[in-house]
Design a protein. Structure first.
Length: 129
């Protein structure tokens, strides 16, 4: 009896883990494609500021330049990337709104032209009768 319960619990846990893994694939892929490259670039920038030639066991805590906090550097870099990304998104949204407005105006112009042609035709028919 105890073995059946444990077997069933193992199956439930395996199924839960499978569902968790498959459901998290899209977000993991998004992070790998869109976030991780920027984090990596920021980390490279931070490490570029380190003078590895002077690094030894005695100064592990002080091998960054003065007034340089690596975490602050990374945060500033990522915030800068975020602002640039936000500007791009805003510009794309503005262009889409302009395109939509132009399509709506063109549609109205076609409708007005169609109505005008209909009025002319019905006026010509009335005059002919």
């Amino acid at each position: 009896m105890k073995e059946k319960v444990n077997s069933r619990l193992d199956k439930i846990e395996k199924n839960r883990q499978y569902l968790l893994d498959t459901n998290s694939l899209p977000i993991r892929q998004y992070l790998m494609d869109n976030i991780l490259p920027h984090v990596t670039e920021g980390l490279v920038r931070v490490t570029d500021k380190i003078n590895f030639n002077e690094l030894n066991d005695d100064n592990l805590e002080t091998y960054y330049p003065e007034n340089c906090d690596p975490m602050e550097e990374l945060i500033e870099f990522l915030e800068e990337k975020g602002r640039a990304w936000q500007e791009q998104i805003t510009e794309v949204a503005r262009k889409k709104m302009e395109e939509r407005k132009a399509r709506e105006e063109a549609k109205k112009a076609v409708q007005q032209d169609s109505e005008w042609n209909s009025d002319e035709e019905s006026g010509a028919l009335s005059a002919a009768q």
